[in-house]
Design a protein. Structure first.
Length: 505
């Protein structure tokens, strides 16, 4: 068995924190199957600020236990979870080292490298983009095989961010971070086959498609996954509240409103459906994402506030993680709506997998690989991106055909459980972890990169020579000005100065 150091994101999905993001689910998707295989894990995760209290301090738990029998934890003396289960309940879980670090500690290579070197890992795994970038720096302390997970195509995300910011200023930062990862990792994982081939293009620009790696498969596709355990209904959160009755058709949104969310089409589609069917209600959990997008959600709220149907838009904001499954189990359909952009086309949707897991009917714009599967396998309902009329028609149809929607939801649940389990989706990672190896070009000279560096050196030399020539020109102009403008004696001095330079140089 291997000793694996994992850099990831927190909170993990079983923690009862205020928010659970897809990056935390992704990290757990990697950790759990490796634990089940018996590998020794040390996880150092970045604590997403908006998911933790403002006074949160980094937590260093040397022995954390996750058990299927109980998710409740005893609190330690300083308030952190120790991982011990309730007394009287048998521990049937998995133990690993779990560290949750604030931004300044996670980015502090001194802090991270101390944990890294003390653990003495056999290999390194980065879960999602930011942790993979941070993990790449640890290779300076110990050169070991490195698996980097690129959870979505970061340059497509950068494009979406630039559009929202109305500035391309972020592009260099994203590419610089991406380059550091793709130039150092030995193998990668992507969230879709579409993203895999986008990554191959990037690897070519980084000089990784060279004579040593011909025939080597750099990337493994790890789609979004779902754990084995089922959701349980623990209390009413929708029905009987805010005017929602059992007869109403509840359309549910869960999670953040990110740069890819097409709230204009969502709003117009819902309004057109609400106008024709008074039983359609929209319930939303989640909201803006302070770390990424603070414009989309407020824009959506401003449109709702002006709507004649605003009372049928029930905006709950971020709710406790333990309550979210109750929303899944009480709704009639989960809705996902994307802008038709590269970030979505190359990515996937964790929230859709959550709805499948709960047996909730899925309705989504068809942009990404997962929604393409939904349409082909007939395990949900799709509509064209930006088509608010098509969305409204689908909502009216589903509200009038609930039996069909329920049968489709059951089919979706079965398909997802078989094809998107944590174990099945991470089979490639599990195989690599048994025998982690370097890429064929590890430690080899990369000619394309060397050529790039040589070109930069030549450019620098040209720039220096141009500066020298400009300086020489300015000096000569100054001397000529002295001849023309100065007194007779100064002119004679300037003539001798020029003559001396010609004789001795």
């Amino acid at each position: 068995m291997s000793r694996i150091f994992i850099a990831g994101m927190s909170p993990l999905p079983f923690e009862n924190d205020r928010k659970v993001y897809g990056t935390g689910i992704r990290t757990w998707q990697f950790i759990l199957p490796l634990l089940k295989k018996g590998h020794r894990i040390c996880a150092c995760n970045y604590a997403i600020p908006s998911a933790y209290p403002e006074d949160f301090r980094s937590k260093y738990n040397k022995h954390f236990t996750y058990g299927y029998s109980s998710l409740k934890r005893e609190e330690g003396p300083d308030g952190d979870r120790t991982g011990r289960e309730d007394k009287g309940i048998k521990n049937s879980g998995y133990e690993f080292e779990y560290n949750v670090l604030k931004k300044e500690d996670f980015e502090n290579t001194g802090v991270l490298s101390k944990i890294f070197t003390e653990f003495k890992p056999d290999c390194l795994v980065g879960c999602t983009f930011y942790p993979s970038y941070t993990a790449s720096k640890l290779l300076e302390y110990k050169k070991i095989p490195f698996w980097a997970d690129l959870f979505g195509h970061v340059m497509a995300e950068a494009q979406a961010r630039a559009y929202m910011d109305e500035s391309d200023g972020c592009l260099f930062h994203y590419w610089n971070s991406e380059y550091n990862i793709i130039s150092r990792a030995d193998i990668f994982s992507c969230v879709s086959s579409r993203q895999k081939y986008a990554l191959v293009g990037e690897l070519g620009t980084a000089g990784r498609l060279n004579r040593y790696t011909s025939g080597y498969d750099f990337a493994d596709v790890i789609p979004c996954g779902i754990p084995e355990n089922d959701y349980r209904h623990t209390g009413d959160v929708i029905r009987g509240k805010d005017g929602v009755t059992n007869e109403d058709f509840v359309v549910l949104w869960t999670g953040g409103y990110n740069t890819w969310t097409d709230v204009d089409t969502l709003f117009r589609g819902l309004e057109s459906a609400m106008e024709k069917n008074p039983k359609i209600k929209f319930v939303s959990t989640g909201g803006e994402i302070p770390e990424q997008d603070t414009k989309t959600y407020p824009h959506f709220l401003s449109m709702i506030d002006k709507s004649p149907y605003k009372d049928r838009f029930i905006m709950r904001g971020w709710v406790p993680g333990e309550d979210v499954p109750n929303y899944y189990l009480e709704a009639d359909a989960g809705i996902n709506i994307d802008r038709d952009i590269y970030e979505v086309k190359l990515g996937s949707k964790n929230r859709i997998l959550d709805w499948f897991r709960a047996g909730l009917c899925v309705l989504s714009s068809n942009v990404c690989e997962l929604t393409d599967i939904i349409e082909k396998e007939k395990i949900g309902y799709t509509f064209k991106p930006c088509d608010y009329r098509g969305l409204g028609e689908k909502l009216i149809y589903l509200a009038g055909n609930r039996d069909e929607a329920e049968k489709t939801a059951i089919a979706g649940r079965k398909y997802a459980a078989f094809n998107f389990s944590f174990d099945k989706t991470t089979a490639g990672l599990q195989g690599w972890a048994e025998n982690p190896v370097f890429s064929p070009d590890s430690g080899k000279k990369r000619e394309l990169v060397s050529g790039r560096e040589e070109a930069l050196k030549k450019l620098q030399n040209i720039t220096l020579e141009q500066k020298r020539m400009v300086g020489e020109r300015d000096r000569r102009i100054s001397e000529l000005e002295g001849i023309v403008k100065k007194s007779f004696i100064y002119r004679i001095y300037s003539y001798f100065r020029i003559a001396g330079r010609k004789i001795f140089h």
